[in-house]
Design a binder for this molecule. Sequence first.
Ligand code: 26R
Length: 823
Amino acid sequence: QAKREHTRTGMSKDAFQRDLLDNLFYIQGRFREVATPHDLYMAAAYTTRDRLLARWVKSAQTFKATHARTVCYLSAEYLLGPHLASNLVNLGITETARAAAEELGMDMDALIEEEEEPGLGNGGLGRLAACFMESLATCQIPAIGYGIRYEFGIFKQAIEDGWQVEKGDNWLRNGNPWEIPRPKISFAVGFGGHTESYRDERSQVRLRWQPAFEIRGVAYDTPILGYGSQNVNLLRLWKAEASESLDLQAFNTGDYYGAVHAKIEAETLSKVLYPNDEPEAGKELRLKQQYFLVSCSMQDMIRLHLNTVGPLEGFADKFTVQLNDTHPALAVAELMRLLLDRHAMTWEEAWGITHKTFCYTNHTLLPEALETWPVSLFERLLPRHLEIIYEINRRFLDEVRMRFLGDEARVRRMSLIAEGHERRVRMAHLAVVGSHAVNGVAKLHSYLVKAMLFKDFAELWPERFHNVTNGVTPRRFVVVANPRLAKLITETCGQDDWIRDLEQLRALEPHVDDAGLQGRWQEVKRAAKQDLAQWMKQATGIELDPESMFDVQAKRIHEYKRQHLKVLHIVRCYQRIKQGQVQGLVPRTFIFGGKAAPGYFMAKLIIKLINAVAEVVNNDPQVNDWIRVAFMPDFNVKNGQRLYPAAELSEQISLAGKEASGTGNMKFSMNGALTIGTLDGANIEIREAVGPENFFLFGLTAEEVLQRQMTGYRPWEYYQNDPELKSDLDLINSGLFSHGDTQLFRPLTDNLINHDPFMVLADYRAYLECQEQVDRIYRDPERWTRMSILNVARIGYFSSDRAIREYAERIWQVGPQPVLDTE
Ligand code: 26R
């Protein structure tokens, strides 16, 4: 007789079912008949988590016993998306769980819908961190992701009267079954005060920091499971709490109110994620958050090291630390401080370790997104770190002077301190100087990082600069998001190995002309379009026609991403239809999704414009058989998963040289959308991979953009010389889309005509022509489908598994440490 499987770890339907009912009863305190959908979700989540925990403990034991070299990913953001569906896929029990739930009269898809996603990131950078954590586990590389447990993640976006309205994201309200609090893993983080010298036991003069106050960081751990492996990595997020010493003091002196107030004050530190992708001048709380993340994480790594390996001399052999942009760059100064002041190392010893430990990834070239902090703020908040930064700078600039005799202009450009009417610390320079490897996130971007942004640094240390092109996880973005496509791919390839080795999608290529596959391929796309149409109807009231082409642009709203270029295309279609010029036109549904930073006026006006155009277009029977426009509210990971499978045309139309990589471009293409795009970021590599004949290219090159900027770009000449362009902009200003208000969109149109920093007008004509090419090909469904299949067959390179393997080999020098499946 077969042994009855353990309730909490068994992978059979029977064990899963037993555990589901147990958890419903013992954790939610409910029985089947009165359980709400949320109770059922919680029970399913705990049941799934139970199956992770044994593997998690096994992983920790294995890594400890083998002294495994460990990657520490430091990131201010993790845009994780819902856990349940993804963990079921990675455990390989999606079908089992579904069957178990069904027998109990529960609908697994409805439970999955219940989950509130942890939106602990803004966009590309945070989602990349989440993909990387999943791929690290899949590639069996021991890793800890360090971040902040924001109580409020990225705001929820509602659309009211066409405008974006921000709502608070209280994602922890109903409890978070995926995290495990570790109250005993907690560290003090100091702020303010002064530094002083003293004599140690050996009578050496040393420095130390006496902070004015302290906050505690408490660890909250979430297991991150890899696909098809036993490896579970750790995501450790820090929550800010009042330090006990502080509130004890206050309570003892009878200041009850003050004590409680101090506690509340302390907790504001991890209260909310900053919703911007541009720095706000001197936001003290943001710098405090960054230091809080960095200090807790570095102290934790030192604790782990002392617990396992021992002497800190070997720190850089045990850990490699990746800085996800400059947000955690203070880690360089913090590790120096800990090694110098707490562990009594000499500067040379400490710097040798620090420099060997860190690597830095740059994610943006936009000058306005490069972080600098006023020296005065540092002096007040982090006086010891400022001293250390000055000393790093002094030694570094000596090296520069030695190499480039007499070139003081270069010394000023490279300094960690920008001189001006206000002196500021340049976080990017701190990150480059403190790291042994620096990388960009796509070929063109890495080239521009070397040739422009860090030109002086690349001349000094050419071997320090690398490229690692981004990738995305096919588990979440194909298997979870698009199960129909996953099934079709598996059946066509004859196996599902492509899920862990995405290059195997090439096995689709021989079948590209197979009419059977083409028909099923179209069927899969149609079903996804129907799903989206149904969701959109319920969410916005807008009816989409699944027979039309679904043309999608989904990403943060930013002028450089040029959502307004797409709007001009829509206005052009509208005018042509009104004038009866419909020959060659293909019915289209234009779908947008994306949040604007709450203080970014122009981005919010673009959202209003999209919705204004949508209202007119969708309600005009003369045009709404041809085109419709829909704005998907609250684009996040969960909603993205509805969008990618349904898209047929993916809009990647940023001005060349501005989008570091893009990752949405990869998600769309992986789901069979064709791309219309510029030669920017990873678009260039996607086009090379799928074949130029399977990609719709338009627009200026990065080089041409630079040339235009140097010779003087005059957008009004385009406005005056292109009658269609003029009439599109004039129509927006006519008040047609704004109930007669001729001023509403003036800031946008005036800016385009007179400044146009992202050359929308220069690329307008090329974009329209390219869209006509899109229409031509869409009218030949066989040809379109063929191109779609080839896009998927050749997209394997853009798996985040490949990106992680490149980091592991070239940047981290770390290998897999498989966790064995033993009892
Ligand atoms: C300074 C601070 C407020 C801030 C600046 C910029 C915070 C967040 C950002 C967002 C940037 C760094 C970002 O998300 N960059 C994106 O990174 C993706 C992953 O590498 C790229 O695909 C994408 O092109 C890039 O814009």
